[in-house]
Design a protein around this ligand. Structure first.
Ligand SMILES: NC(=O)C1=CN([C@@H]2O[C@H](COP(=O)(O)OP(=O)(O)OC[C@H]3O[C@@H](n4cnc5c(N)ncnc54)[C@H](O)[C@@H]3O)[C@@H](O)[C@H]2O)C=CC1
Ligand SMILES: N[C@@H](CC=O)C(=O)O
Ligand code: NA
Length: 439
């Protein structure tokens, strides 16, 4: 049988890695797919730039439309990134009857509903394993491996750049900007690295995970998004003294009234495996009602780790070339006409535990004032840590760990604490998740 011809859009980090992996493992890939897979066409912004890969035998162009419109191309692989041009090209490929593989989580989180509807109308597949947690086959695991479960919640470290920065800062005391520059050199970061450090990339990925876990449409616009830029070494140290690690965590949880969908820095007990996921590695913990907790771990970014997922999707696409379109794995795991309308909850209705750090006057009655405010809001305290004042300082750092409560109640408590005369500055609030099976 003739090999399947692939048209690649973008020959950067992931594009280069994909060419290399497909070439190096061609023989095994053919044995798995039942047909050879060759990259016949590729679009790049410049044709004479040094590349990660050898482009011999690939028809190169600077016009991505040429690839998308070429009748000789069976599958389009979109690896240019970004929202608008990628959307245009993917929809055009679908309209031309081509299957699509993409690593673009921004595209899927924002335009996935439209794209999957178009793909279903055309009877083509849009595969996106590389879009979440790079090389970890998390889409496949949730969509297929856990299909017998009611998924209760999932939590993930799903931005490699952010986790790499936090790890290097914690372990080696390195500066934020210096580690970010290194992540960019390694090809981990997004074209606009604020997507990594402000939590937007993780929110894109969490949006996708929540859809396939709970059977809801993609709703990136409702995700609560907070990045890592405000985490300080002070809080990392205090958290460690209390037995916790601070990680940038994506949390999607099904509760009675809807779905919590949020990414933010989070304290996690250090005994949890996921608290020990460091560097560019990602991990996703999924709680199913039948299987219990399952944990998926691997490289979340990088040329070949991501290419591993792109190529796996290509193999899947080659296999579906011969299956009945109505019997394929649905794009969002659940049949398109059976998605649920559970709302995404506003952050005020989310329930979580908290780490609070405040600067309080070193005088009697202060602790009582704070515990009264928390008590008035029905918030229970789990631990208190009082540190010595730094030399020449009249205020002492006070750290509280609380039990789970509504974010709205915590907002009220923080406003009241900040209004106390004995408190200086703002209260630092970091959410805390125990991540045990039942909470
Ligand atoms: N780098 C990583 O570790 C991972 C990246 N991704 C995603 O993969 C996609 C690609 O990312 P990278 O390879 O890292 O980016 P990159 O910036 O290294 O590569 C993108 C390539 O697309 C090319 N391009 C942009 N506009 C073009 C146009 N109009 N015509 C032709 N070529 C064009 C650029 O010149 C560049 O070479 C993004 O959606 C990214 O979010 C997903 C998982 C991991
Ligand atoms: N910029 C992303 C790349 C992979 O999705 C990350 O750092 O995780
Ligand atoms: Na993946």
């Amino acid at each position: 049988m003739k090999p399947v011809k692939v048209g690649l859009l973008g020959l950067g980090t992931v594009g280069g890695g994909t060419v290399n992996v497909l070439r190096r493992n061609a023989e095994e890939i053919t044995r798995r797919a039942g047909r050879g897979i060759v990259i016949s066409h590729a679009a790049a912004r410049s044709l004479d730039k040094p590349r990660l890969c050898d482009t011999t035998g690939i028809r190169l162009t600077t016009d991505p439309n040429e690839v998308v419109d070429d009748p000789g191309v069976d599958v389009v692989v979109e690896l240019i990134g970004g929202y608008d041009l990628a959307r245009e090209l993917v929809l055009r490929a679908i309209a031309n009857g081509k299957h699509v593989v993409t690593a673009n989580k921004a595209l899927i989180a924002k335009y996935g509903n439209e794209i999957f509807a178009a793909a279903s109308r055309q009877g083509v597949v849009v595969a996106f394993e590389a879009a979440v947690a790079g090389g970890i086959p998390i889409i496949k695991a949730i969509r297929e491996g856990l299909a017998g479960n009611r998924i209760e919640w999932l939590a993930g470290i799903i931005n490699g750049t952010g986790n790499f920065i936090l790890t290097e800062m914690r372990d080696k005391g390195r500066e934020f900007a210096d580690v970010l520059a290194e992540a960019q050199r390694f090809g981990y970061a997004e074209a606009d690295p604020t997507f990594d450090v402000e939590g937007i990339d993780a929110a894109h990925k969490l949006t996708i995970l929540a859809s396939i876990a709970f059977g809801i449409p993609l709703q990136f616009e409702h995700a609560y998004t907070e990045g890592i830029t405000r985490i300080t070494p002070t809080d990392v140290t205090y958290a460690e003294q209390l037995g916790y690690r601070i990680k940038h965590l994506g949390m999607a949880r099904r509760v009675e009234s809807g779905i919590e969908l949020r990414v933010h820095p989070t304290l996690i007990p250090e005994r949890r495996l996921i608290a020990n996921v460091d560097g560019v590695m990602n991990a996703v913990l999924v709680q199913g009602d039948a299987v219990g907790p399952t944990l998926y771990y691997g490289a979340g970014a990088g040329a070949e780790a991501t290419a591993s997922a792109v190529v796996a999707d290509l193999v899947d696409v080659v296999r579906v070339l011969t299956t009945d379109p109505n019997n394929r794995v649905p794009h969002l795991a659940f049949q398109a006409d059976a998605l649920s309308d559970l709302p995404i909850l506003p952050m005020e209705q989310v329930q979580t535990a908290y780490y609070l750090r405040l600067q309080a006057e070193d005088s009697p009655g202060v602790l009582a004032d704070i515990t009264r405010i928390l008590g008035d809001q029905g918030i229970s305290i789990e631990a208190v840590l009082q540190k010595e004042p730094s030399e020449g300082q009249s205020h002492v750092p006070l750290i509280f760990l609380t039990q789970r409560t509504l974010e709205a109640k915590m907002n009220g408590a923080i406003d009241a604490i900040e209004a106390l005369e004995c408190i200086s500055g703002q209260v630092v609030r970091i959410r805390l998740e125990h991540l045990d099976s039942h909470r």
